[in-house]
Design a protein around this ligand. Structure first.
Ligand SMILES: Nc1ncnc2c1ncn2[C@@H]1O[C@H](COP(=O)(O)OP(=O)(O)OP(=O)(O)O)[C@@H](O)[C@H]1O
Ligand SMILES: [Mg+2]
Length: 366
């Protein structure tokens, strides 16, 4: 071989090796004769593990027989084309995981006969972004719909509620009272669903002031006083004091607490212990809301923040509670995590940045 030819071959090899796309060369029988660095990275193999193997090791089992047919057809009438025009294609990694790919095929004639060059692009990130975008669009539509609905439904609901309560106070008939009470609770349920939907859809810009997180927790608990008094639930409070304030929208944080406490109460129908603890962790306030309820297995735990995810029976839960909670906490520059053990209980942990510049009530913005 002339030096010149050798040099240009070497150069070509380096270009292929450095290409950002995965590149594979297979022979007429579908055996891999060359793989560049990107292809090895995409599929998680070392070079010597892959060379000489059938290209089928890179194809998920479900698509292999399809591939055999296409391969035979392609070798009979080879022309450059992209694979999977009408289907989604997946690559199979050495560890058994799959990833979405786009593949271009080019037939080539080598000294050893016909072969195929496959150029492989990992499109899993793009797919992921597309899915997120679709989700965001759906939520935006939901926002518009919810605002319209709140107006159309909220007004008559208030009228119904007002009339039912008025009649409830005027009648002494027990049967009548029972019926009216049902109307009131059902209307309250509708109102609750609407409010959740709205809170979620509106996401108004929060009005932040220096706020005492401990006081917010106390005030939120207050709303459950009745309920807790009539249940077998013990409440434990452990507040580190004094804690610097957080910069927060008080109403929003109350909504967070109400949602978390409500979920905990739902998880302990037979009673149990609800523990709320507040402590300082560096420049963050850390709030734990823990219950000794039924807990959650991993399949549920991973979905609780998804919009509309609920395990409650139809009409009982909107599945927006924790979606709202997470949105609010993240808007405040904080984080929320959870730990849960089936039959033992669940702990939600919130971290919110402390406002280390002012003190409660004397901050210039309040
Ligand atoms: N403390 C908890 N213990 C056990 N499971 C929980 C707890 N908190 C949430 N979950 C699970 O997460 C799901 C989603 O909670 P989320 O608050 O978002 O909606 P929801 O409570 O079902 O409905 P809504 O809040 O509108 O009443 C619940 O249905 C439940 O399965
Ligand atoms: Mg809830």
């Amino acid at each position: 071989m002339s030096q010149e030819l050798h040099d240009s071959e070497e150069q070509f090899r380096l270009i292929v090796e450095a290409a950002p796309n995965g590149m594979l060369l297979t022979d007429a029988n579908g055996k891999i004769v060359m793989a560049n660095a990107s292809a090895l990275r995409q599929f998680g193999y070392e070079r010597d593990e892959l060379l000489g193997q059938s290209v089928e090791v890179l194809i998920p089992g479900s698509a292999r027989s399809d591939h055999r047919q296409h391969h035979a057809g392609f070798m009979q009438a080879p022309e450059a084309r992209s694979m999977g025009a009408r289907r989604e294609l997946f690559g199979l990694r050495k560890d058994g995981s799959e990833f979405a790919v786009e593949i271009g095929l080019t037939p080539i004639q080598t000294a050893k006969g016909r072969g195929v060059v496959a150029s492989i692009v990992d499109i899993s990130e793009r797919k992921h972004l597309e899915a997120q975008l679709r989700q965001a669009e759906r939520l935006a539509e939901l926002g518009t719909l919810a605002s319209g609905m709140a107006h159309e439904i909220g007004t008559p609901m208030n009228v119904i509620l007002g009339r039912a309560e008025y009649l409830l106070h005027r009648t002494a008939d027990e049967g009548m009272k029972k019926g009216l009470t049902t109307i009131v609770t059902q209307v309250e349920r509708i109102t609750k669903v609407m409010n959740q939907l709205l809170a979620f859809a509106r996401r108004r810009t929060p009005e932040r002031r220096a706020a005492d997180l401990g006081a917010i927790v106390e005030d939120s608990l207050e709303m459950f006083q009745e309920r807790i008094a009539h249940s077998r639930i013990e409440v434990d409070k452990m507040f580190a004091s004094p804690l610097p304030p957080v910069r927060a929208d008080r109403d929003q944080l109350m909504q967070v607490l109400i949602n978390l406490v409500m979920n905990s109460l739902h998880a302990m129908p037979e009673g149990g212990r609800l523990s709320l603890s507040l402590a300082r962790e560096g420049n963050y306030a850390r709030l734990d809301v823990a219950d000794t309820g039924h807990g959650m297995p991993e399949e549920i735990r991973s979905k609780v923040f998804d919009p509309f995810f609920t395990t409650k029976e139809f009409g009982k839960g909107t599945g927006l509670g924790l979606t709202v909670v997470k949105g609010i906490i993240e808007e405040h520059g904080g984080t929320i995590t959870l730990e849960s053990v089936v039959e033992k209980g669940t702990t939600f942990t919130i971290r919110l940045p402390l406002d280390l510049t002012g003190t409660v009530g004397t901050s210039s913005s309040s």
